[in-house]
Design a protein around this ligand. Structure first.
Ligand code: ZN
Length: 64
């Protein structure tokens, strides 16, 4: 399924869901990034968020 990357606005065949957008009306929208931007920003894919995550963007802890 092709999605538009939120970061670079390019269409990608491999969209990575990284967050839920919370809107006042209720239902959130999924924010997608292309794999390149996902990696560059260090965002954790939505399906790897902790169970208690509310869908806010989560950054990978970089190894020191
Ligand atoms: Zn991108």
């Amino acid at each position: 399924m092709t999605k538009t990357c939120r970061e670079c606005n390019e269409d990608t065949d491999e969209p990575v869901p990284v967050a839920l957008e919370h809107v006042a009306s209720g239902a959130g929208r999924v924010v997608y990034l292309c794999p390149l931007c996902r990696y560059a920003l260090g965002l954790v894919p939505l399906d790897q968020h902790p169970r208690d995550s509310y869908g806010f963007p989560l950054y990978e802890a970089h190894a020191l």
